[in-house]
Write a protein that binds this ligand. Sequence first.
Ligand code: NAD
Length: 498
Amino acid sequence: MREIGHFIGGKHVPGTSGRYADVYQPMTGEVIAHVALASTDELNAAVANAKAAQPAWAATNPQRRARVLMKFLELVQRDYDKLADLLAREHGKTVPDARGDIQRGLEVVEFAVGIPHLMKGDYSDGAGPGIDIYSMRQALGVVAGITPFNFPAMIPMWKFGPAIACGNAFILKPSERDPGVPMLLAELMLEAGLPPGILNVVNGDKESVDGILDHPDIQAIGFVGSTAIAQYIYARGAANGKRVQGFGGAKNHMIIMPDADMDQAVDALIGAGYGSAGERCMAISVAVPVGEDAAERLLEKLVPRVESLKIGPSTDGSADFGPLVTREAVERVKGYVDLGIKEGAKLLVDGRGFKMQGYENGFYMGGCLFDHVTADMRIYKEEIFGPVLSVVRAPDYHEALRLPTEHEYGNGVAIYTRDGDAARDFASKVNVGMVGINVPIPVPLAYHTFGGWKRSGFGDLNQHGPDGVRFYTKTKTVTSRWPSGIKDGADFVIPTMG
Ligand code: NAD
């Protein structure tokens, strides 16, 4: 059995807490590894290591730091197949989808290669007589990332890429469900020339997370996961004086206007609703056709597509989606389908009974489709995080705009229409952080920033792009006076440049 310990100070170290978790291969249901769960002492040792290594890394000029990232990008290309295979086996998503998970992470590392430019400060020459003002961005010190199971390559890279480029040392606490890929990424960073101690992977559960939240030497925490935990991390981290960004769950709507191209809308819904078995924070889980006629036309095309979804093991590259992450996840999602029926929604496609031939112990379920879901139902209000799409019929555009605007989550939303005026109005008014216009999963590219609103995101800076650099640095502003200095005597009035 593969034993996964921690990666601290540039070395694999075994766990010493005596606590382990099973890592499953969802496509077969087998346990394929044991991962160590760190104690607070182990976490503290990793932080001490990072703290000792960080000043020299921050003092390394940014071009040299960028070169390490460039080499890392090359090494990931070399090992792409191995990484994607392991990711698919531990997570459950298909290998082509696992490749996308890696790719969207690499794009943020590519962006972070521009760090010499991104960290440049501002300069005001002659702000007063003989006075110049300039600002600089400096690394925070030791920072941390706590990441979810559903993007085990992308989200760790979204965090450690910018943080390390900025000159910080990083503690990554990945999901205990699929820790294999984060460990390989840390090995590759070391091979790329990163000094030992700058990227540490501490595997664990609540104990190590609480250790991060309370550690006086950790300056900032980037979290991604479910909303309840995001809020907990935000509150406890902030109470300890840390900078915290906590990204949480979602309920992403797709509005289908009567003038939309229904073939395009259905293609978009099938991919965005069921890809990765719906285990994406930007998955579409609510379809909102506007008007009865649009609803009928949509469902006529959608139902046969959901019925014919191809589910397969993660290594079947032709499958539309693979298994869910754990047996408990399957039970939870099926529980929501049972609940939806009780709440009065109409189940048009029932995937609960799906069995994968030859993989009977795997964590599979088929795609489910509900019609006549209403805003008071729990299946509408709560995040299901599985291959279940709910159709909520809206009588008009205003109701379609109101639904995502008033939902407690505000991660992503999409509108399908040929009407530029409706699209523009929607994008401007909807109370959601990321909007797609004829784009179902509007995950911004690496040089923009990613972040949901309302209970999908706590804290005030987004992930990656310029915000990622802001989050992992602090601004120092210097006001300097050379010619006469303070020789003129003390001044007790607040300085102005008037
Ligand atoms: P999760 O909240 O269970 O776990 C996330 C991290 O928190 C893991 O590292 C886990 O070990 C840790 N954790 C879990 N329980 C904890 C506790 N009680 N105390 C302290 N730490 C704890 O989330 P998950 O199931 O791994 O991921 C799925 C969730 O993540 C979904 O809700 C999804 O929408 C969300 N997500 C959000 C985004 C986003 O950017 N908004 C992106 C991806 C996933």
